[in-house]
Ligand binder design. Structure first.
Ligand code: PM9
Length: 464
């Protein structure tokens, strides 16, 4: 008998309730896809079998979180759920001040409006769509200072979310520290493939910023997952708890923006949080939040949403949870690698990223290979994924030209605690089926392009 070598990850939960899925025919999917203009964001959810569009707001809440909903204190002001959330943010992230927002971009809006002046430069470890847009709307210019390895899908460097200190230093020398309001540091880096930043790098960035008097604003959306990667990959962290690693990461920042819809296991919610020395910025943020989101003790959320997020923090910081969450993504990634599918390496935290440039090498980038591949995967199987390439990158605001990102990817994003291993197997088989027919796949042309964040609503037609 063959001996089993590896101990498997497994979910540290059992299933209490289920949501039934609709299985569609190819003909129905073809019709749905045409109606959606070949944009998976425009598909109706009921026409989707396995929904790997995003891990944002699509997580399954626990019975503990659902119970928390019943404890929602829906007072207009001073809800007890706000104070509970504040306490959890202080305890696990170490930020004293909390400003709740309806989701991550609400927090990005506030911090961008407060800190960025027209003409400023905001360096970051690769752009994120909503983050960069808010920086630009405030008059700033985003500058990518991530290490070069992050733009190479074949590099197996374990911390591809790291910042290139030389690039940061060069920028500060070129434009002057006064025109750099903060460095925007994400962990993990979504557009690079869910890649982590190392603690060592973060510490060095902190030192450099300190020397220049520049703030660090963390995008803490998937920081728990980043902390897990540090624990398993970085020397000296194996014996630390996720909470300790998380706390240390945040200690190298001045503030964070958070989309609670990812790490924090909820369907809606976010916040801006600031360290003790940032009282002035906090006062401004809690003044501005009443204009755009809601009173400073709810920020666009119901009391029950804040309670679910507070309880989500407690569950998300569990190592067992993270091992299973990241283990599931790794399971799919290894399966795909085993059948020769080109994916971004190393396997990231929240998603598998198919490398559309290598998957469909006969398509030019302006024929939207990743958009095409996402559409083909849906047609084949009813599995919904997301383009993360030239469409997501948008246009240069000065020249009006498409950005041509090096990474042309399709993201298979795994909601937390939602899909089973059999769903993972079906997904890998569907990707394989598309891969086998890849040579016959034709590209797309864009026929409608909205002004902001075009990937959400753009429409396409098949090229003849
Ligand atoms: N991320 C995602 O699917 C949802 C919207 S974009 C398709 O990955 C980071 C790192 C994110 C993020 C959202 C936001 C914005 C900020 N930072 O969606 O506004 O991944 O809650 O957060 C999405 P909200």
């Amino acid at each position: 008998m063959q001996k089993l070598k590896k101990r498997s990850w497994a979910e540290p939960f059992k299933i209490k309730t289920v949501e039934l899925l609709k299985v569609t025919t190819r003909e129905e999917r073809n019709r749905a896809l045409k109606e959606a203009g070949y944009n998976t964001f425009l598909l109706k959810s009921e026409d989707v079998y396995i929904d790997l569009l995003t891990d944002s707001g699509t997580n399954a809440m626990s019975d503990y979180q659902w119970a928390g909903l019943m404890l929602g204190d829906e007072a207009y002001a001073g809800s007890k759920n706000f104070y509970n959330l504040e306490e959890k943010v202080q305890q696990f992230y170490g930020y004293k001040y909390l400003v709740p927002t309806h989701q991550g971009r609400g927090a990005e809006h506030l911090i961008s409006q407060i800190l960025i002046k027209p003409g400023d430069f905001v360096p970051g470890n690769m752009y994120f769509t909503t983050t960069r847009l808010h920086q630009e709307l405030a008059g700033g210019t985003f500058v990518d200072i991530i290490i070069d390895e992050a733009h190479d899908p074949t590099s197996t460097y374990p911390f591809k979310g790291n910042i290139d200190l030389q690039k940061l230093d060069d920028l500060v020398k070129r434009v002057g520290a006064k025109r750099v309001p903060y460095v925007s540091v994400a962990g993990t880096v979504n557009m690079a493939g869910g890649q982590p930043i190392s603690m060592e790098n973060l510490r060095q960035v902190r030192q450099l910023c300190k020397n220049h008097g520049i703030r660090i604003v963390l995008d803490a959306t998937r920081l728990m997952e980043n902390a897990y990667f540090i624990k398993i990959r970085e020397k000296g962290y194996q014996q630390k708890t996720i909470a300790e690693i998380l706390g240390e990461m945040c200690s190298y920042s001045d503030a964070c923006t958070m989309s609670g819809k990812k790490d924090l296991l909820v369907n809606i919610g976010g916040f801006l949080a600031l360290r003790e020395h940032e009282q002035e910025i906090f006062e401004e943020a809690r003044n501005l939040v009443v204009v755009y989101e809601g009173l400073h003790t709810y920020g666009g959320l119901a009391g029950r949403d804040m309670e679910a997020m507070a309880r989500g923090i407690e569950e998300a910081v569990s190592e067992d949870h993270l091992r299973a969450r990241i283990g599931q993504v790794e399971y799919v990634g290894e399966k795909l690698l085993g059948i020769g599918i080109p994916i971004v390496l190393p396997i990231g935290g929240h998603a598998i990223f198919l490398d559309a440039k290598r998957f469909l090498p006969h398509l030019k980038q302006v024929e939207f290979p990743a958009q095409t591949l996402a559409a083909e995967l849906y047609l084949e199987s009813g599995i919904r994924s997301m383009e993360r390439g030239i469409v997501s990158a948008g246009r240069n605001k000065e020249t009006g030209d498409h950005y041509h990102p090096k990474l042309e990817l399709v993201r298979l994003t795994f909601p937390r605690r939602v899909y089973t291993q059999a769903h993972c197997d079906v997904t890998a088989e569907a990707v394989e089926a598309v891969y086998e027919n890849r040579e016959s796949v034709k590209g797309l042309r864009m026929v409608y392009e909205p002004k902001y964040l075009r990937f959400f609503q753009a429409r396409f037609e098949k090229l003849p």
